[in-house]
Design a protein. Structure first.
Ligand code: SAM
Length: 327
């Protein structure tokens, strides 16, 4: 079992399978993209399987596949088929922009991979196009509805962006009210790859809540698992629920159970921390599984207590892009 130096149990890995993305969300990266990793710097599917086997043997029982956009990898399903039969791995989830997932929905269901987070920051096409700098709203929306209708456990990730999409907060709750889905509003974080100035946020989880409360006064707070990053609610009369994720306010660090491995192999123990080590070379140099395990233990054993503590130690943190970190 992985226990960090603050006695937190780590059982959840966010595994980025690529840093590339077919969208160019302005809060994530500049319009020209970032300096994407060369293919040989990315893990192969065999390496991703090996890595997953190793972390599962260390007590990880949930892996979220992320990126970049995971489905830009043509071989993604090969990985998912292998993970679906990995003993000890109880939960495989995916975070996606839902532009490319359409052809894979049936097989995902067959594999039992039903926890899908869909990033959708607007329901107005024009706003969506401005934020993502691409014109894929119709595809995303139709895949989202398909996933919900097929019975997937879908959560929508909506980043509250001052001056860009907050006018869609109430309408998206209205639009989704008959669907079995959770809409999670996230605070914007500084990881935009230099795309824009970032100092602080106006739309923190409290102002998002107050905004929602004005339109829907009857809100009930829901029980959430101890390690949940979202504070969850239900609006009276709505089938859907909504959540608030204080990703910039960082109120949930005390129960953080996550580890991240970037597409190029960096071990990241906190979004706001400098990567601890790189696993790609260790894995490629033909080292034993124990050498990989040791690096992971080392990283987990020297974790910052909070995102604020991590940020203090790492000057360069604000120049990162979420497409390299994996979200
Ligand atoms: N391409 C996939 C997607 O769109 O969901 C997975 C990768 S994406 C980097 C993962 C998540 O990070 C998305 O929900 C995205 O909205 C979020 N994200 C990216 N940049 C962010 C930022 N600066 N602040 C907050 N969330 C961010």
């Amino acid at each position: 079992m992985l226990i960090d130096n603050h006695n937190r149990k780590i059982n959840y890995l966010r595994l980025a399978v690529t840093d590339r993305c077919n969208l160019r969300c302005n809060y994530c990266m500049p319009s020209e993209g970032i300096d994407f990793a060369k293919n040989d710097k990315l893990f192969t599917i065999e390496e991703l399987v090996k890595l997953s086997e190793i972390v599962v043997s260390q007590g990880i029982d949930k892996i979220r596949i992320t990126g970049g956009e995971p489905f830009v990898r043509k071989d993604l399903m090969v990985l998912l088929r292998r993970l679906a039969v990995l003993d000890g791995l109880d939960d495989i989830s995916i975070t996606t922009n839902a532009t490319l997932i359409g052809p894979y929905i049936t097989e995902l269901k067959e594999l039992g991979i039903t926890n899908i987070n869909v990033s959708l920051d607007a329901i107005t096409k024009e706003t969506f196009n401005k934020i993502t700098r691409r014109d894929t709203y119709d595809t995303v929306y139709s895949n989202l509805i398909k996933l919900i209708s097929e019975g997937f456990n879908v959560r929508i990730n909506f980043i509250a962006l001052d001056g860009q999409n907050t006018e869609d907060i109430i309408p998206i709750l209205e639009l989704m009210k008959h669907y079995n889905v959770s809409i999670r509003f996230l605070e914007e974080m500084p990881f935009n790859g230099g795309s824009k100035e970032f100092s602080t946020i106006k739309w923190d989880y409290k102002s998002i809540f107050n905004h929602i409360k004005t339109a829907f006064p009857e809100i009930e707070k829901l029980e959430s698992p101890a390690t949940s990053t979202s504070i969850n609610y239900k609006i009276k009369g709505h089938k859907s629920t909504f959540g608030l994720i204080p990703s910039f306010s960082r109120t949930f660090c005390g129960s953080c159970n996550r580890l991240r491995i970037s597409a190029t192999g960096d071990i990241i123990t906190c979004l706001y921390a400098k990567p601890s080590d790189n696993l790609r070379a260790i894995l490629r140099e033909g080292n034993s599984d124990d050498a990989v395990k040791e690096q992971i233990l080392k990283a987990v054993g020297s974790r910052a207590k909070t995102g604020f503590e991590a940020q203090k130690k790492y000057d360069g943190v604000f120049s990162n892009s979420m497409t390299s970190i994996g979200g």
